[in-house]
Design a protein around this ligand. Structure first.
Ligand SMILES: Nc1ncnc2c1ncn2[C@@H]1O[C@H](COP(=O)(O)OP(=O)(O)O)[C@@H](O)[C@H]1O
Ligand code: SF4
Ligand SMILES: [Mg+2]
Length: 331
């Protein structure tokens, strides 16, 4: 909810991204709306290829020039789409931090972790001396629970374990105390124990620093404990969204229900996450109407022709022609 006339931290309206030109053009993102308030965590969930990363890269204006982005992305009220590259660069890494799935690609292998954090700090605070920035880097490593930070700060990325690299990337992302952190599959490359530690760390940062977060994942289990709001993506659209517990308990969309049904049991007895039968469509073979139709056991005639709009359905919003008539939890 908007408070005292303050704009939301992040407000995305009708975001569209296409790749290629002419008859080869393909729409990767087809009209995404998102709202995130200060200090909130929004989970974006969907299978591989649903458009999660493209959405993130569009928000940050990091897509290749061969792509076309339209719509509106407002950060604290300021429009980012079309913002001059220089201003956008300043915003990234100061007010908005990013963490990716693979920290190795985010670090330069020939520079120490400390040199890279110092660089990130001084990029946005030029007056800070190298010595002071190094001390700050050590503080940051300690903040993300890296032991012996004064020794670790001088090591190279390859000397860090995967979990430690992810911690170091988080340290770099929060170096300038951003208002917003965008985390794209931050735990996907890590083993389960380390995953939980990184999620704990993100949770702590959110509590301590009141950072708003967009948490992107293909794993509903990851957002269950971490997010306030959840948006489920399928083939370039948000097909369902709401408060996390509402989506978990009162989902109306057959796709979300399928994802929920395939959640592994918490005690591990359920085995690996089994996806819903079938595959998501490729960008160039998206069926008309509802993109989920080929995999949907509730499909009706209208589903083949009309794209279902995202509309209130019980306590959530759902983009399904049939969801209004589906009894809750009947799937
Ligand atoms: N640079 C690009 N050029 C063309 N197509 C792309 C590009 N980047 C992503 N796509 C396509 O956009 C769709 C969404 O991709 P992505 O956002 O990476 O999915 P995910 O949800 O797994 O993060 C995919 O079909 C992908 O092939
Ligand atoms: S709109 Fe139709 S095809 Fe799409 S999810 Fe709903 S019932 Fe299934
Ligand atoms: Mg991705």
């Amino acid at each position: 909810m908007e408070m005292s006339g303050q704009p939301p931290l992040l407000e995305v309206r009708d975001l569209r991204v296409s790749f290629g030109a002419g008859k080869d053009a393909a729409d990767a993102i087809c009209g995404v709306d998102l709202t995130l308030n200060a200090g909130e965590v929004l989970g974006i969930v969907g299978e591989s290829g649903s458009g999660k990363s493209v959405t993130m890269m569009a928000l940050m204006q990091l897509l290749p020039s061969s792509s076309r982005t339209t719509g509106s992305v407002r950060f604290k009220g300021k429009e980012l789409i079309g913002m001059p590259a220089r201003d956008m660069t300043r915003l990234r890494g100061s007010r908005i931090g990013m963490i990716f799935q693979d920290p190795l690609t985010a670090f330069n292998p020939v520079l120490t972790i400390g040199q890279q954090i110092v660089e990130a700090i001084r990029l946005h605070d030029r007056d800070l001396s190298k010595k002071a920035a190094l001390n700050r880097a050590i503080e940051l490593l300690s903040e993300v629970s890296i032991a012996q930070p004064d020794r670790r700060v001088h090591q190279y990325p390859h000397e860090f374990s995967g979990g430690m690299r992810q911690r170091a990337m988080i340290a770099m992302a929060i170096a300038n105390r951003p208002d917003l952190l965008i985390a794209d599959e931050p735990t996907t490359a890590l083993d389960v124990t380390v995953q939980a530690q990184i999620m704990d760390l993100l949770h702590k940062l959110r509590e301590d620093l009141n950072i708003g977060m967009v948490l992107i994942t293909h794993d509903l289990g990851v957002v269950a404990g971490a997010a306030d709001q959840i948006a489920v993506m399928y083939s370039g659209r948000i097909v369902e969204r709401g408060a996390v517990r509402d989506v978990f308990r009162h989902s109306r969309h057959p796709y979300t229900r399928g994802l929920l049904g395939s959640l592994p049991k918490l005690n591990g007895s359920g085995g690996p996450l089994v996806a819903i039968e079938g595959m998501p469509p490729s960008l160039r073979n998206r069926p008309p109407g509802c993109a989920f139709r080929p995999r949907c056991r509730f499909a009706a005639g209208i589903c083949a022709t009309e794209v279902p709009p995202l509309l209130p359905a019980g306590v959530v919003e759902s983009a399904c022609h049939v969801s209004q008539s589906l009894a809750e939890n009947a799937a």
